[in-house]
Ligand binder design. Structure first.
Ligand code: SAM
Length: 182
């Protein structure tokens, strides 16, 4: 158990086993590392992930992008439940490492540690997002191919026509905004 906690700490702080072999992190260092990693990372509940992907008519082999993929949970579910190829872009290096770790048992995945606003989206069949509108507003949705879908959890997508859809799952209501590129 202690070993697992230590391994998680290494991932969060971006260190390798070799780099910390001579010193055990203090409690305040551990807290700071966790705080940093969590500052921008608030994952979707897994039930919301199931609800989100269930709203899309996903087919095996389709390419799903998650912009700001966090720990990769949307990608993992799209890959393992719907047999989609998946690509995540995550700006936070510590959170990126969690996604890489989380996707190890998937086939057909890639995660990039970068700013998603810098990437064209023309290869995506589906783009998923859970982030604030001011960041979504900078994404390159104009590069989407016709027929591609964009789905956002909780926040409407600025400057794109969307349908608001709510899903009830096990007593909880989840809200999504869906755009279909014409
Ligand atoms: C609310 S979390 C959602 C994570 C994941 N998609 C989920 O649903 O569980 C938003 C994520 O977007 C990342 N993020 C914010 N701005 C970004 C950007 N410009 N490019 C890539 N990732 C970004 C944050 O680091 C964070 O991990």
């Amino acid at each position: 158990m202690r070993q697992e906690a230590h391994r998680q700490w290494l991932i969060m702080t971006g260190q390798t086993q070799t780099q910390v072999a001579t010193r055990v992190p203090t409690e305040s260092e551990k807290k700071l590392a966790m705080k940093k990693a969590n500052e921008t990372f608030s994952p979707m509940p897994q039930q919301a992930v199931y609800a989100m992907l269930g709203l899309l008519d996903l087919k095996p082999g389709q390419l799903v992008y998650d912009l700001g993929c966090g720990d990769g949970r949307i990608l993992k579910t799209a890959n393992q439940v719907y047999s989609c190829s998946v690509l995540g872009i995550e700006i936070n290096p510590n959170t990126y490492k969690l996604a890489v770790e989380n996707l190890q048992d998937c086939v057909g995945w890639r995660v990039i540690n970068a700013d998603a606003t810098k990437y064209n989206l023309e290869e995506a069949d589906v783009v998923t997002l859970y982030m604030y509108p001011d960041v979504m507003d900078k994404m390159r949705f104009s590069t989407l191919k016709p027929g591609a879908s964009v789905i956002s959890y909780n926040h409407d997508i600025p400057n794109l026509p969307t349908d608001k859809v709510t899903c009830e799952l096990e007593g909880k209501t989840y809200t999504f905004y869906i755009h279909k590129k014409k």
